[in-house]
Design a protein around this ligand. Structure first.
Ligand code: SF4
Ligand code: FES
Length: 245
Protein backbone atom coordinates (compact mmCIF):
# COMPACT_ATOMS: atom_id res chain seq x y z
CA UNK A 1 0.00 0.00 0.00
CA UNK A 2 1.61 3.29 -1.04
CA UNK A 3 1.43 6.37 1.13
CA UNK A 4 2.03 10.09 0.77
CA UNK A 5 3.17 12.05 3.81
CA UNK A 6 2.43 15.72 4.39
CA UNK A 7 3.47 18.41 6.86
CA UNK A 8 0.89 21.16 6.73
CA UNK A 9 1.19 24.52 8.44
CA UNK A 10 -1.78 25.19 10.70
CA UNK A 11 -2.72 28.44 12.35
CA UNK A 12 -5.88 29.90 13.75
CA UNK A 13 -5.05 33.45 14.88
CA UNK A 14 -8.29 33.61 16.91
CA UNK A 15 -7.26 30.65 19.06
CA UNK A 16 -3.52 30.07 18.73
CA UNK A 17 -0.50 32.20 19.58
CA UNK A 18 1.67 30.73 16.84
CA UNK A 19 1.60 28.42 13.88
CA UNK A 20 2.69 24.77 13.92
CA UNK A 21 3.06 21.89 11.48
CA UNK A 22 0.64 18.97 11.53
CA UNK A 23 1.50 15.60 9.96
CA UNK A 24 -0.93 13.79 7.69
CA UNK A 25 -0.54 10.53 5.77
CA UNK A 26 -2.73 9.58 2.83
CA UNK A 27 -2.82 6.03 1.58
CA UNK A 28 -3.51 4.82 -1.95
CA UNK A 29 -2.91 8.05 -3.87
CA UNK A 30 -4.74 7.97 -7.19
CA UNK A 31 -2.66 8.23 -10.33
CA UNK A 32 -1.79 11.86 -11.07
CA UNK A 33 -3.15 13.09 -7.74
CA UNK A 34 -2.48 16.78 -7.29
CA UNK A 35 -1.65 18.58 -4.05
CA UNK A 36 -5.13 20.15 -4.22
CA UNK A 37 -6.84 16.74 -4.57
CA UNK A 38 -4.76 15.48 -1.65
CA UNK A 39 -5.80 18.46 0.49
CA UNK A 40 -9.44 17.78 -0.37
CA UNK A 41 -8.96 14.13 0.64
CA UNK A 42 -7.42 15.17 3.95
CA UNK A 43 -10.49 17.33 4.63
CA UNK A 44 -12.90 14.54 3.66
CA UNK A 45 -11.11 11.67 5.37
CA UNK A 46 -9.13 13.10 8.28
CA UNK A 47 -9.62 16.70 9.35
CA UNK A 48 -12.54 18.80 8.18
CA UNK A 49 -11.14 21.89 9.92
CA UNK A 50 -8.22 22.35 7.50
CA UNK A 51 -8.71 25.56 5.51
CA UNK A 52 -7.46 26.41 2.02
CA UNK A 53 -8.81 28.12 -1.10
CA UNK A 54 -9.59 26.70 -4.51
CA UNK A 55 -12.14 27.20 -7.25
CA UNK A 56 -11.34 26.00 -10.78
CA UNK A 57 -8.91 23.09 -10.25
CA UNK A 58 -7.52 24.02 -13.66
CA UNK A 59 -4.83 26.68 -13.17
CA UNK A 60 -7.22 29.48 -14.09
CA UNK A 61 -8.63 31.10 -10.95
CA UNK A 62 -5.29 31.61 -9.18
CA UNK A 63 -6.76 30.96 -5.74
CA UNK A 64 -4.57 28.02 -4.66
CA UNK A 65 -1.01 29.32 -4.95
CA UNK A 66 0.83 27.88 -1.94
CA UNK A 67 4.38 27.43 -0.65
CA UNK A 68 4.96 23.75 -1.41
CA UNK A 69 8.33 22.25 -0.50
CA UNK A 70 9.78 25.75 -0.51
CA UNK A 71 8.41 26.77 -3.92
CA UNK A 72 5.45 28.92 -4.89
CA UNK A 73 3.21 26.56 -6.85
CA UNK A 74 -0.44 26.16 -7.80
CA UNK A 75 -1.74 23.21 -5.74
CA UNK A 76 -4.06 22.12 -8.56
CA UNK A 77 -1.22 22.01 -11.09
CA UNK A 78 1.31 20.13 -8.96
CA UNK A 79 1.24 16.35 -8.73
CA UNK A 80 2.26 14.80 -5.42
CA UNK A 81 4.36 12.13 -7.14
CA UNK A 82 6.96 14.68 -8.31
CA UNK A 83 7.48 16.08 -4.80
CA UNK A 84 9.91 14.96 -2.13
CA UNK A 85 8.19 13.61 0.99
CA UNK A 86 7.05 14.67 3.45
CA UNK A 87 5.39 17.30 1.29
CA UNK A 88 5.57 20.54 3.26
CA UNK A 89 2.67 22.89 2.56
CA UNK A 90 2.54 26.46 3.84
CA UNK A 91 0.68 29.65 2.96
CA UNK A 92 2.52 32.06 0.64
CA UNK A 93 5.22 33.76 2.72
CA UNK A 94 4.83 37.48 3.32
CA UNK A 95 1.03 37.50 3.30
CA UNK A 96 -1.00 37.67 6.52
CA UNK A 97 -2.75 34.41 7.39
CA UNK A 98 -6.49 34.29 8.02
CA UNK A 99 -6.47 30.58 8.86
CA UNK A 100 -4.18 27.66 7.94
CA UNK A 101 -3.47 28.02 4.19
CA UNK A 102 -5.84 30.94 3.60
CA UNK A 103 -4.11 34.28 3.22
CA UNK A 104 -5.51 37.79 3.44
CA UNK A 105 -5.35 38.96 -0.18
CA UNK A 106 -6.92 42.40 0.47
CA UNK A 107 -3.66 44.42 0.22
CA UNK A 108 -2.78 42.51 -2.97
CA UNK A 109 -6.11 43.36 -4.62
CA UNK A 110 -6.15 46.95 -3.33
CA UNK A 111 -2.85 47.52 -5.15
CA UNK A 112 -4.21 45.82 -8.24
CA UNK A 113 -7.27 48.11 -8.19
CA UNK A 114 -5.01 51.16 -7.77
CA UNK A 115 -3.53 50.84 -11.26
CA UNK A 116 -6.98 51.07 -12.95
CA UNK A 117 -6.92 47.53 -14.35
CA UNK A 118 -9.25 48.06 -17.30
CA UNK A 119 -9.20 49.53 -20.80
CA UNK A 120 -9.66 53.29 -20.80
CA UNK A 121 -11.73 54.31 -23.81
CA UNK A 122 -10.53 57.14 -26.05
CA UNK A 123 -12.99 60.06 -25.73
CA UNK A 124 -13.90 59.86 -29.42
CA UNK A 125 -14.76 56.18 -29.09
CA UNK A 126 -17.30 56.35 -26.29
CA UNK A 127 -20.61 55.08 -27.59
CA UNK A 128 -19.10 53.91 -30.90
CA UNK A 129 -20.28 50.38 -31.62
CA UNK A 130 -17.29 49.17 -33.64
CA UNK A 131 -14.54 46.63 -33.11
CA UNK A 132 -11.12 48.06 -32.40
CA UNK A 133 -8.81 45.73 -34.26
CA UNK A 134 -5.36 44.83 -32.96
CA UNK A 135 -2.59 43.43 -35.14
CA UNK A 136 -0.85 40.19 -34.19
CA UNK A 137 2.33 42.16 -33.48
CA UNK A 138 0.46 44.55 -31.18
CA UNK A 139 -1.12 41.66 -29.32
CA UNK A 140 2.19 39.78 -29.04
CA UNK A 141 3.65 42.63 -27.01
CA UNK A 142 1.12 42.18 -24.20
CA UNK A 143 -0.12 38.65 -24.78
CA UNK A 144 1.77 36.92 -21.95
CA UNK A 145 0.81 39.70 -19.54
CA UNK A 146 -2.89 39.07 -20.22
CA UNK A 147 -2.54 35.54 -18.83
CA UNK A 148 -2.05 36.68 -15.23
CA UNK A 149 -4.40 34.78 -12.92
CA UNK A 150 -3.77 36.99 -9.87
CA UNK A 151 -2.42 34.12 -7.81
CA UNK A 152 -0.11 36.26 -5.64
CA UNK A 153 3.02 34.14 -6.16
CA UNK A 154 5.04 37.05 -7.62
CA UNK A 155 3.87 39.39 -4.87
CA UNK A 156 4.95 36.91 -2.21
CA UNK A 157 8.34 36.34 -3.88
CA UNK A 158 9.23 40.00 -4.42
CA UNK A 159 11.84 41.19 -1.89
CA UNK A 160 10.54 44.77 -2.13
CA UNK A 161 7.02 43.85 -0.98
CA UNK A 162 8.65 42.28 2.08
CA UNK A 163 10.32 45.54 3.08
CA UNK A 164 7.82 48.11 1.83
CA UNK A 165 4.12 47.61 2.49
CA UNK A 166 3.34 50.47 0.10
CA UNK A 167 5.10 49.01 -2.95
CA UNK A 168 2.57 48.28 -5.69
CA UNK A 169 4.01 44.86 -6.45
CA UNK A 170 4.88 43.04 -9.67
CA UNK A 171 1.32 41.80 -10.30
CA UNK A 172 -0.10 45.34 -10.33
CA UNK A 173 2.75 46.85 -12.34
CA UNK A 174 2.62 43.94 -14.80
CA UNK A 175 -1.08 44.64 -15.29
CA UNK A 176 -0.35 48.36 -15.72
CA UNK A 177 2.12 47.44 -18.49
CA UNK A 178 -0.53 45.22 -20.10
CA UNK A 179 -2.96 48.16 -20.36
CA UNK A 180 -0.40 50.90 -21.10
CA UNK A 181 0.92 48.95 -24.08
CA UNK A 182 -2.54 47.91 -25.32
CA UNK A 183 -3.10 49.85 -28.55
CA UNK A 184 -6.81 50.17 -27.71
CA UNK A 185 -6.14 51.90 -24.39
CA UNK A 186 -6.23 55.67 -24.03
CA UNK A 187 -4.71 55.76 -20.51
CA UNK A 188 -1.28 56.87 -21.83
CA UNK A 189 0.11 59.74 -19.75
CA UNK A 190 -2.48 59.20 -17.02
CA UNK A 191 -1.07 55.72 -16.45
CA UNK A 192 2.55 56.92 -16.51
CA UNK A 193 1.81 59.68 -13.98
CA UNK A 194 0.10 57.17 -11.72
CA UNK A 195 3.13 54.88 -11.87
CA UNK A 196 5.70 57.63 -11.35
CA UNK A 197 5.75 57.39 -7.56
CA UNK A 198 8.12 56.26 -4.84
CA UNK A 199 6.23 53.03 -4.36
CA UNK A 200 6.02 51.95 -7.94
CA UNK A 201 8.29 50.93 -10.83
CA UNK A 202 11.45 52.67 -9.61
CA UNK A 203 11.43 50.61 -6.40
CA UNK A 204 12.02 47.44 -8.43
CA UNK A 205 15.64 46.30 -8.17
CA UNK A 206 15.27 43.68 -10.92
CA UNK A 207 15.88 40.68 -8.70
CA UNK A 208 13.70 38.56 -11.03
CA UNK A 209 12.20 36.66 -8.07
CA UNK A 210 8.71 37.48 -9.40
CA UNK A 211 9.50 36.00 -12.81
CA UNK A 212 10.88 32.87 -11.17
CA UNK A 213 7.70 32.45 -9.09
CA UNK A 214 5.09 33.15 -11.77
CA UNK A 215 3.22 29.98 -12.82
CA UNK A 216 2.35 31.63 -16.15
CA UNK A 217 5.95 32.58 -17.02
CA UNK A 218 5.08 36.25 -17.38
CA UNK A 219 8.23 38.37 -17.93
CA UNK A 220 7.22 40.84 -15.22
CA UNK A 221 10.64 42.46 -14.82
CA UNK A 222 10.74 43.22 -18.56
CA UNK A 223 7.38 44.97 -18.24
CA UNK A 224 8.53 46.96 -15.21
CA UNK A 225 11.76 48.02 -16.96
CA UNK A 226 9.81 49.04 -20.05
CA UNK A 227 7.52 51.24 -17.94
CA UNK A 228 10.55 52.86 -16.30
CA UNK A 229 11.84 53.79 -19.77
CA UNK A 230 8.43 55.11 -20.85
CA UNK A 231 8.18 57.28 -17.73
CA UNK A 232 11.70 58.66 -18.22
CA UNK A 233 11.01 59.45 -21.90
CA UNK A 234 7.80 61.24 -20.93
CA UNK A 235 9.59 63.27 -18.23
CA UNK A 236 12.43 64.27 -20.56
CA UNK A 237 9.95 65.37 -23.22
CA UNK A 238 8.09 67.37 -20.60
CA UNK A 239 11.34 68.97 -19.43
CA UNK A 240 12.19 69.90 -23.03
CA UNK A 241 8.61 71.13 -23.46
CA UNK A 242 8.02 68.67 -26.30
CA UNK A 243 5.23 67.11 -24.26
CA UNK A 244 2.56 68.70 -22.09
CA UNK A 245 0.75 67.32 -19.08
S1 SF4 B 1 1.96 37.80 -12.59
FE1 SF4 B 1 2.14 35.55 -12.42
S2 SF4 B 1 2.68 35.20 -10.26
FE2 SF4 B 1 1.95 37.30 -10.40
S3 SF4 B 1 -0.20 37.19 -9.86
FE3 SF4 B 1 -0.08 37.04 -12.11
S4 SF4 B 1 0.03 34.85 -12.55
FE4 SF4 B 1 0.45 35.07 -10.37
S1 FES C 1 -7.90 25.96 -8.19
FE1 FES C 1 -7.91 27.57 -9.66
S2 FES C 1 -5.82 27.84 -10.16
FE2 FES C 1 -5.82 26.08 -8.87
Amino acid sequence: MSEVKFKIKRYNPDKEKKSYFQDFTLSNPVSGETVLSALLRIVEEQDGSLCFRYVCRAGICGSDALFINGKRLLACQTQTKILKQPIVIEPLPGLPVIKDLVMDMDPFFEKYDAIEPYLIEPDDNIGVDEERIQSKKELDKIDLFTTCILCGACYSACPITWTSSEYLGPHAIGKAFRFYEDTRDAGGKRRLKLLDSEDSVFRCHTSFECVEACPKNIPLTEGIQSLKRSIMKYKIKKFLRIERD
